[in-house]
Design a protein around this ligand. Structure first.
Ligand SMILES: C[S@@+](CC[C@H](N)C(=O)[O-])C[C@H]1O[C@@H](n2cnc3c(N)ncnc32)[C@H](O)[C@@H]1O
Length: 119
């Protein structure tokens, strides 16, 4: 939670981070008001189709285990699921460079592997 608190402050969070959760011995519970609009769903990148249109997709450190064909399938899935100008975040060793969606994104931050859908 210390690292999350630092991130909250660095991101310009208002008030104190601790007002958003209740700390327990080895875990924390976020306030219900923060959770009530969040949909938690399990999604299989290999077998499932697009199920929504998103503004942000983070998919970190799983594509490195997929071969090129599967990586391309997943990137097509993300593109189908990404709203225009939506943000894609990958793991530090992952890239869209060698996939068929490369022309649909612009690089926001190459080191952080952040991309924005532009077409
Ligand atoms: C190395 S972990 C990375 C976890 C986290 N994203 C991170 O960066 O610390 C890989 C994750 O990919 C998930 N994963 C593996 N195959 C998947 C699939 N076919 N569809 C969705 N998630 C999958 C695993 O459950 C695991 O949580």
């Amino acid at each position: 939670m210390q690292e999350n608190t630092s991130n909250y402050i660095a991101a310009g969070g208002k008030g104190t981070f601790s007002e958003h959760y209740t700390a327990r011995y080895d875990y924390a519970i976020f306030r219900p008001s923060l959770r009530e609009n969040v949909v938690f769903a399990q999604h299989n990148l290999v077998t499932d189709a697009s199920f929504n249109l998103f503004n942000v997709i983070f998919c970190r450190n799983v594509l490195i285990y997929f071969n090129n064909v599967l990586q391309d399938r997943v990137q097509r899935l993300f593109l189908d699921s990404m709203d225009m100008f939506g943000i894609l975040g990958l793991g530090k060793k992952e890239t869209i460079t060698y996939t068929s969606v490369i022309d649909s994104y612009e690089v926001i931050d190459a080191d952080e592997r952040l991309y924005r859908r532009i077409r």
